[in-house]
Ligand binder design. Structure first.
Ligand code: URA
Length: 229
């Protein structure tokens, strides 16, 4: 658990309570206490854990969030459209560093996505060395042929434009046009391209689980804080 020691205005601005220039006003309007003593001086230094704002502890210094992404929202801060971050509380949206998704889901993909403001953690999960398992349910335009599981498990499937074959993946037929697919890579549009490579087309894609984090119990657009030790 992080517990940094810095100026109170730095704590408040990095956690999105106010900007650095608004901090003086924030301290006059809100009851901000360090170890039980009200503070008015923005330069006062304190540990994160010793600061109370209007009777509440400060938000955690590192946030990790599991969201059940709804269809139509966008993960990339750089793309146009409604972003998944707009579902979060305003204060979290003002945090610096920004909250970003760990990897991406396409706008029309739903389901499990982790969000964090911890760059190192984000890198750990998205680096090519990461072998986190992602489980998808893909609804398909055509009935499955029956040979897809073997092709995906072979470790020999080459996607167009790629230099290396895909790592073996596990596929299960749930219904003639519904498959459950487990992959441990995160290549661009990977699931859609895999089914494209076997002559099919994904018409709806839902990520059931990212690593150990499943969206069971979370309605679309709902999210919860994950406590990583
Ligand atoms: N694979 C895809 O094709 N799209 C996603 O959003 C995720 C995995």
């Amino acid at each position: 658990m992080q517990n940094s020691y810095k100026r109170v205005d730095a704590h408040l601005s990095s956690l999105g309570y106010c900007t650095r220039s608004e901090a003086k006003k924030f301290l006059s309007k809100n009851l901000v206490c360090i170890n039980g003593v009200r503070v008015f001086d923005v330069k006062e230094k304190a540990y994160h854990s010793d600061i109370i704002v209007d009777g509440e502890r400060l938000d955690d210094e590192r946030l990790v969030i599991l969201m059940n992404k709804p269809s139509g929202l966008i993960c990339s801060h750089d793309d146009a459209g409604v972003l998944i971050y707009s579902l979060l509380p305003q204060r979290w949206q003002r945090r610096n560093p920004k909250i970003s998704s760990i990897g991406r889901l396409d706008a029309d993909t739903t389901g499990a996505i982790l969000l964090t403001d911890d760059g190192e953690l984000n890198h750990k999960f998205t680096s090519p060395k990461s072998d986190v398992v992602k489980v998808y349910e893909a609804t398909l335009a055509e009935s499955l042929r029956g040979d897809e599981a073997e092709i995906f498990a072979s470790g020999a499937l080459m996607l167009r434009g790629e230099k290396k074959p895909l790592l073996p993946a596990k596929m299960e037929i749930i219904e003639p046009t519904l498959a459950r697919l487990e992959i441990c890579e995160g290549r661009y549009h990977q699931v859609k391209r895999m089914f494209g490579a076997v002559g099919n087309r994904v018409v709806a894609l839902h990520r059931v689980r990212f690593g150990e984090y499943s969206v069971d119990g979370l309605e679309p657009s709902e999210y919860k804080i994950i406590n990583l030790s």
